[in-house]
Structures are given as structure tokens and as C-alpha cells.
Design a protein around this ligand. Structure first.
Ligand code: NFE
Length: 519
């Protein structure tokens, strides 16, 4: 029996520690720990409610856009204007979120995940004339291999030609991410931390100029997604097809829904959304989503047991840094007290199970190409594939949305700040279901709660000792070589975790991060 400790896991956002107890070549038990404390919700208390919109974006540099949308939806509902947002405002919010998702998913596949499958060191033998590959070759010759090392060695199976092409696309993907962020900035002003999204709508207006500039970039991105990104994911999936059987996880999927198609329904659980909210499982039976079933449990987190099991609208942050049995700063969000995975896989399979025609036809046609079944999506490769399919669905839909904008019409509605109110903002962030909850008293924020996607996915054991989704996905995995546990990091990265989103401030006392093995 041996213990693998990976601390920190690199090529993700934030500080994640993974421990796996291996017995007879198989993971018997896994633990995932967020090693920084979240204090941001405490910073919010006593402030003007409109600050939520600006401050919560500072939770993260990768997904601030999702936080801006969740905060705006939260404030719309608290200010009683959720059914009055002008169509231009609703559509521009969708375009800003969609641009962020496209850039983020391309970042995930090429710059975080691909290096688990692509062997950059092999470029030392490259004989072709691609300038990007030759420049990487010259770095290798000088021994400058960062950011491609350190890494776990072995199991790089792509044929030379596919390997080289993937590295060339790794370089091209930087340009594509820039274009996505430029699209976001056309309506949001800047990235990160856009200034466009706000309660009441957006601060920008559609013009013929920004519509055409947006469309021009979107067309280029569509070409990249159709002709490069999806084919690359399928090429990697074909060579590593055993990863459709690894990392299956808890089998329960939850999606809040995202991209508002209807501006006149105040209740966002009833509102028509491009990706509908709901839950499903490996049986692919669809169930309606009920936000009242969400709780946060803390038995194994460094928080006081007195706050465990609460709905986020009544949640609190009370530290217990010395707690016995605790091993993470992340709480454990649960739905109906059961463990649920969130993310692109959840959005795609919830919509597949719920009969969303666009999703169903794209998933079925893609799975047919690789000779797989919907149940195979519950896996490492399924998560990577779901992200690529979602990118295509969003990019294609955005072409229609941008053409629905009406220059000359408003994109914002003014409102009156309430003295007392509550609100809820739920959105599908790049990494999954993101929720913001607010309570306003005497015109100020009395309580603000955020549950991010990675808090769901990377959560520790809960009050019933049920391991979190990542912990379940790692447990049972066969490890070929304990000195090179690449199976574990491939499982972790398929979730695209962001620990920065999940926990936010360093413990004032500091903590011993223990044993370091950087992968
Ligand atoms: Ni910091 Fe985030 C996203 C949010 S957390 S990246 O997407 O919300 O998983």
C-alpha cells in the first residue's frame, strides 16, 4: 500500500492537493483539498449591493465574466427588475458570456489538458519548416522546456504527425483565445473584469460597428472550432480511447442552465435558457432542477459544524482551523444531500437527457463517429469532448444572437435600490453551475454567498462521509507506475478545476503544505 501526494497540481487554476492511497496498483481512497481559505464573502458584508457586481469578479482571473453575470442576475432579482431587462441587454450579456466560454474552453484543451497527451520533448527530432515548431525546437535545444516540464513521464501515444500538429495548434490557440477576449471586450470594455455587465442590463449599446467587429472574429473562431479544436479532441480521444472508461465519477450531473432566451420571466428556474437547467445520471433520466435542494456541508472542511447543511441563502463563514478530520478549505455543496458533478459534461448530458434537439443531434452524430455510446461520456475523455461540443453549440448560436441586436434601442433599465430584499443569480460558468445569493438589509449587503463550480466538483467528503465528485472519479483507477501517476492528473484536469474560485484568501496563520511533488 502506498500514498501518492500531488501538491500542488499544476496546469489548473489555484492550489489543489490530491492524495491517493494505492493498493495493489489501484486507488483505494482519494482526497482532494483546497489549500487556501475563501474570505471574499466576508469582504462583501456592509457594502453597497451594487459593489457585488464589481467585487465578485475579483474572485478569479479566468472566469470573472461568469461572476459578473451571476452577480447581475442576483441583483436583478433582488432589485425586482429580472423581467424588465431590455432585449439588447439580455443578448449582450449572452454574447459576453459566450465569448468568455469559447476562450476559456480553448485555453483548457490546448494550454492545460493537451500537454497530458502531447509529447513536446519529441520536437527535438522535428525536421519540418513550421516556424512555431522550429522555435519550440530551439528552446528544447537550449534546455528551456518550461512550461512543458516538469511533467510525469510515459504514455505519450500520439503518432509523430498528429503530435506535431497538436503542438502547432497549441501555439495557434493563443491567437484564438485573444480573439475571444477581444469579442468580450467589444461589449464588456475589457477582459478580465469587464465593466459592461451590470444590474439592469449592460453599459454598452449595440452599433453596426461593434456588431460587425464581433461577427468577424466569431466567424474565425467558428472555423477554428470546426476544423481544428473538435478534430484535435477527437484525434486525442481516438488514440486514448481507454480514457472513456477512466474517471467515471459520481454519475450524478447538475446544471443550472444558461444563456437567457426570454427576458420577461422573473423566475430564472422557469425562464427559457439555451442550456436548460436540470439533473440527470447514468440512466439519462431528466429531472427538473429545484434550487431549494442545494446545501453546503462542512464536516470535513475547516469551518464550524454549526453552519453545516444550510441553504446558501442562509449560509455563513465561521472558521475552525483546528478541526479534527477536516482536510479542505472547500465546503461540500450537495443537491438533495447527494453528490453531484457540474460542468460542461453536466450541461451537455442534462440537455441530452432533457431532449434539447441541438444538443442531442450533435452528441449523437459525434459519438457515432467515434463508435461510442452516451454512457461513455461519463469519463475523462467524455468531459474533454463535452467541453468541445459545448464550444461549438455556443459559437453557432451566437451568430444568430448577435444579429438579433437592435442598434438605437436601450440595453439598460434604471432601478431603485431596495432597503430590504433577497436575490439569487444562477448561471452556467465555464466550469459548471455557479450561484450567487444576496440578502440586503438597510440598503447594504447583510449576507452574500457564492458557490462556484469547482466547489461542487472538488469538494471534500460531506456530513454523510460521501466523497466529492473528483475524489470518486479518482477512486478505483489503476495506476501503472506510482512514480508517474499520469492517470490521476488526467482525471483532475478533465474537471478543469479552479481553486482560486473555490477559496480566496491565504490563512493568516499560514499552513504547512507538506510534501511537494510538482507535476
Ligand atoms: Ni476561477 Fe470559475 C468558472 C466560476 S470556478 S474559474 O468557470 O464560477 O470553477
Amino acid at each position: 500500500m502506498g500514498k501518492i501526494i500531488i501538491d500542488p497540481v499544476t496546469r489548473i487554476e489555484g492550489h489543489l492537493k490530491v492524495e491517493a492511497v494505492v493498493d495493489d496498483g489501484k486507488v483505494k481512497e482519494a482526497k482532494s483539498s483546497g489549500m487556501l481559505f475563501r474570505g471574499l464573502e466576508l469582504i462583501m458584508r456592509g457594502r453597497d449591493p451594487r459593489d457585488a457586481q464589481r467585487i465578485t469578479q475579483r474572485i478569479c482571473g479566468v472566469c470573472p465574466t461568469s461572476h459578473s453575470i451571476a452577480a447581475a442576475l442576483n441583483l436583478d432579482s433582488a432589485f425586482d427588475i429580472a423581467d424588465k431587462i431590455p432585449d439588447n441587454g439580455r443578448i449582450i450579456r449572452n454574447l459576453i458570456l459566450g465569448a468568455a466560454h469559447i476562450a476559456d474552453h480553448i485555453l483548457h484543451f490546448y494550454h492545460l489538458v493537451a500537454l497530458d497527451y502531447v509529447d513536446v520533448a519529441r520536437l527535438a527530432k522535428y525536421e519540418g519548416n513550421n516556424p512555431a515548431l522550429n522555435s519550440i525546437k530551439s528552446f528544447i535545444a537550449r534546455g528551456e522546456l518550461g512550461p512543458f516540464v516538469p511533467r510525469y513521464e510515459g504514455d505519450y501515444r500520439l503518432p509523430d504527425e498528429v503530435n506535431e500538429q497538436a503542438i502547432a495548434h497549441y501555439v495557434a490557440a493563443f491567437d484564438m483565445r485573444r480573439k475571444g477576449q477581444e469579442m468580450l471586450a467589444l461589449f464588456g470594455g475589457k477582459m478580465p473584469h469587464n465593466m459592461g455587465v451590470m444590474p439592469g442590463g449592460v453599459a454598452s449599446v449595440p452599433t453596426v460597428d461593434n456588431i460587425t467587429s464581433f461577427l468577424w472574429r466569431l466567424k474565425e473562431l467558428q472555423e477554428f472550432i470546426d476544423n481544428v479544436y473538435l478534430p484535435d479532441v477527437l484525434a486525442v480521444a481516438g488514440v486514448y480511447s481507454d480514457y472513456f472508461e477512466i474517471g467515471r465519477g459520481c454519475g450524478n450531473l447538475l446544471a443550472y442552465g444558461s444563456y437567457e432566451l426570454d427576458g420577461r420571466e422573473a423566475d430564472l428556474t422557469k425562464r427559457s435558457r439555451f442550456f436548460k437547467p436540470g439533473t440527470t445520471s447514468t440512466s439519462l433520466k431528466f429531472s427538473e432542477f429545484d434550487p431549494a435542494k442545494i446545501t453546503e456541508e462542512v464536516k470535513h472542511s475547516w469551518y464550524a459544524d454549526s453552519i453545516s447543511g444550510r441553504h446558501p441563502s442562509h449560509g455563513d463563514v465561521v472558521l475552525d482551523e483546528e478541526k479534527k478530520g477536516a482536510y479542505s478549505w472547500l465546503k461540500s455543496p450537495r443537491y438533495g444531500r447527494a453528490v453531484f458533478e457540474v460542468g460542461p459534461l453536466a450541461r451537455i448530458m442534462v440537455n441530452y437527457a432533457g431532449g434539447n434537439p441541438r444538443v442531442k443531434s450533435l452528441v449523437d452524430s459525434t459519438l457515432e463517429q467515434v463508435n461510442l455510446k452516451p454512457k461513455d461520456m461519463f469519463s475523462v475523455m467524455g468531459r474533454n469532448l463535452a467541453r468541445a461540443l459545448e464550444t461549438k453549440l455556443i459559437a453557432d448560436a451566437m451568430v444568430d444572437w448577435v444579429l438579433e441586436l437592435k442598434p438605437g434601442e436601450p440595453a439598460y433599465i434604471s432601478y431603485k435600490l431596495p432597503e430590504e430584499s433577497t436575490g439569487m443569480g444562477l448561471v452556467g460558468a465555464a466550469r459548471g453551475a455557479l450561484g450567487h445569493w444576496i440578502e440586503i438589509k438597510e440598503g447594504k449587503i447583510a449576507n452574500y454567498k457564492v458557490i462556484t463550480p469547482s466547489t461542487w466538483n472538488i469538494s471534500p467528503r460531506d456530513d454523510k462521509n460521501q466523497p466529492g465528485p473528483l475524489e470518486q472519479a479518482i477512486t478505483g483507477t489503476k495506476i501503472k507506475d506510482e512514480a508517474n501517476p499520469f492517470e490521476i492528473v488526467r482525471i483532475v484536469r478533465a474537471f478543469d478545476p479552479c481553486l482560486a474560485c473555490s477559496v480566496h484568501l491565504l490563512s493568516p496563520k499560514g499552513r504547512d503544505l507538506g510534501e511537494f511533488r510538482v507535476c
